[in-house]
Design a protein. Sequence first.
Lengths: 351, 514
Amino acid sequence: MSRKKSIFENPVFLTLLAILVGFVVGAVFLTVMGYDPVLVYTTMISGALSKPRFLSYSVVYATPLIFVGLSVAFSFRTGVFNIGAEGQFVVGSMAACLVGIFVEAPPVIHAILCFLAAAAAGAVWGVLVATMKVKWGINEVLSMIMFNWIAFYLSNYLVTIPAIHSDGTAEATKNVADTAKILLPQSMRAGLAPATNWGILIALVFVVIVYLIIEKTTLGYELKAVGFNKNAAEYAGISVNKAVFTAMAISGALGGMGGAVHLLGLGERISLFAGQEGFGFEGISVALIGASNPIGVFFSGLFYGALKYGGSKLNLIKAPSEIIKVITGTIVFFIAISHVFKVLGKKKEGK
Amino acid sequence: MGNVRSVDLDTKVIEMKNIVKKFGDFVANDNINLTVHKGEIHAILGENGAGKSTLMNVLYGLYRPTSGEIYVNGKKEDIDGPGKAIQCGIGMVHQHFMLVQPFTVTENIVLGMEPVKGITLDMAKAREDVKQISEKYGMAVDPDARIEDISVGMQQRVEILKVLYRGAQTLILDEPTASLTPQEIRELITIMENLTADGKSIILITHKLKEIKESADYCTIIRLGKYIDTVKVSDVTEQDLASMMVGRNVTFKVEKEDKEPGEVVLEVKDLHGIDYRKVEILKGLSIQVRRGEILGIAGIDGNGQTELVEIITGLRRAESGSITVNGENIFNARPRTIFEKGVSSIPEDRQKHGLVLDFTVAENMVLQNYRKPEYQNHGFLKKDAIRRYAEEAVKKYDVRPDDSAGRPAGTLSGGNQQKVIIAREVNNDKDLLIAVNPTRGLDVGAIEYVHKYIVEQRNKGKAVLLVSFELDEIISLSDRIDVIYDGHIAGSMAGKDADENTLGLMMAGGVRHE
């Protein structure tokens, strides 16, 4: 049954094709709206990549997205749909913020404590949803969306607590202590974005950890078995409920750490939100573009981060930065229907 | 069984000439010819993966042939999709039904070609049409019942009616008896006879020889994608058909020497349990299986055998009673505990419970054992060891293709999927092996293997609990047979004394004797 694999069955090729189509569709929209797509795209690309400073900003933007992408990808691989990464991200930021403000510890260790707190908060947020699913059969997608809003308002409440509120006029919390920040040393940041931080390396470590869990461990094997076919897993003696808890806890912890890396690297404090920041939903796009593969997520996170930062430059030429949402939406759409390409590819070969 | 039907040999309804279908380098159909006449039941016989379904998918327009021609009523047709096939009067009933569960029978039948009155649906007419067709061919269906509420046999009739409603003259039935009870199979054969008496033709894809002998006029045999022969069914024996299909002589008789059973392995006493509707389905059932013995549980589907197995294996909680394995209590224990105490099982539904289809065969081979030190080290899987173990099993149990170990289980044919499960469960080497319909959907060649391994376990001194709807299988394998009826054991007999009639009567609740 050996036959040559068509290029249309290569997932990397399909993803690149979808990205290309995304840009083409974006160009169509831009043209219709009266903008010059070439100018917009060159502005975006040079704005994201042309200088070390821009490049480092792109990476800083990408880092939390990689965490949230990992969170969602992990959930996809283990059969739960973590649409609650947004909430986990927010409670993660809150936990990291509190530890960053109120705990005193030497550098490095302080940051680690913040990360642990964020991971724990995210995990708890995930496990609460899993508990409601397992104990009472409440649909996890619904409860996660609710939990996103609970986290949102909780965060806005946190900002108003006098002991936490900024001493200045800003509607935000106090800044986290310098010991909690994960910025690169001043000397290394010369010529780079001021917020350039170690986050990307931490993200890389977790890419490897998640990859190992999914591909190499008995834990990943159990979680995947439950995700693919919970009946067979149960038949073989794997506890389905335990697997759902574990998967949601890990996924939640990753989402929470996304919040921490954003706060300790770029944000420094939590501001009053006007609306959901959308990291969790961007994480879904990142996971889908990365084919739910940790290594894929790393690259798609970088891509998305660059797009997001490059897009922020568009107001310079008075073009709408929303165009990046059109592009990413189109990419995700075409990845979702990529089996169409496979079929088309096959037909072509059959002729 | 003589076929009194008059086949109109002068009218060729379907002719497929020199059909070749390649998938890449793989030749699924290699120069196959098929001629079907008016009023004929034409069986297509072949092992799992021989290319029967591919050929029919070509005829139904789901695949385009690489080369070859198709004639319908003598006219050459280019069937480029199911729409065209339906236009040509060809209808197909798939093995896995394609019905909308919450819709009624009528709604399903007319779906896609609903009669309309102005801009509204004319359901009254639809209902009338459905009733008329179903009565014409003796297919009793309740036009207002919802699909989710009716039996599998009834659902199949709905599928056939759907095809007839679209004006089919030739019906392709893909493994129609795979999920039917013996009674339902008999009813289906009657329906097929009614259809052909009315001038319809039927192409029957199957690997069940008995049904071919009972119903078909002609039979075309395909082996490994190649056309072997077309024979008149009344001229050949089941043995001939089997040999042509497999390409070697097949023994139907299971070789089994006499053996004195040893101590009790499984003991179930006064078991009470409820089904998913919370209705009591097991009403004080007791069985005993001993070492070196195969206990067959015969019974009509729905008398509690599914729940019995689910309870023993820990998937369902029992209400009361006791279950022990080698004297150890496993009543309402967790599946893993039960497995560790010595119970392995070949589940009834191989795709639902038996395999993780997205996992490779290798990963499936260790589904219960991945935590053993042979296969993991501090939580890290030893993928090479697992792979080697699977490759050995693939070789020993003749799973095809022979490089299956690294392939997702879902890409294997049904028979080979079953071999993977058998390999895993037999290799688990537990004191009790439970096998539920272990040969469902398999061809004679594969059945022979499965039976061989089950008997081998018994000969090694293991206890075997065999639950099957195939009476032949129960009779030929079992040392002892318990008949389950209405949630209890209604009767018992030695395997060598059993005959279908007595068992059939007991299964229907006719007699009760101990």
